[in-house]
Design a protein around this ligand. Structure first.
Ligand SMILES: [Zn+2]
Length: 121
């Protein structure tokens, strides 16, 4: 983020934004900062985490959204004699030069801990 963007973000936070009432997956309800979603105490004028000015007059309701990592699964076919870490036969692999020699490498950097799982087609 450039300094200018940073200043802009700070300026925007000076305008009061509606506090959100966030309902978590387990049913817990808390008041959250509309900008960073972290919990804020009732009647705090600004968010202690990010400095957002808070407006308590209109509280918007929001479902809690889980952020973090999620799992991606890709399914493709490999030859029947394919074994884990057999990058040469893996359709995902690509060729790189290492010490002047061509070598198959894993785009996921998992050559030595190949996560592929197999099932019959
Ligand atoms: Zn905040």
């Amino acid at each position: 983020m450039s300094l200018q963007d940073d200043l802009r973000a700070q300026l925007i936070k000076q305008f009061a934004a509606d506090v959100v009432e966030i309902t978590e997956e387990n049913g817990n309800v808390y008041y959250g900062c509309p900008t960073c979603k972290r919990p804020v105490s009732r009647n705090n004028e600004t968010c202690v985490s990010c400095g957002q000015t808070l407006n308590w007059e209109h509280i918007t309701k929001e479902e809690y959204k889980k952020v973090g990592m999620k799992k991606a699964t890709l399914s493709f076919e490999v030859p029947g004699d394919f074994v884990k870490s057999d990058c040469r036969k893996c359709p995902l692999s690509y060729i790189t030069k290492k010490d002047g020699e061509n070598q198959y490498d894993c785009p996921l950097n998992m050559r030595n801990k190949c996560p592929l799982e197999f099932s019959e087609v």
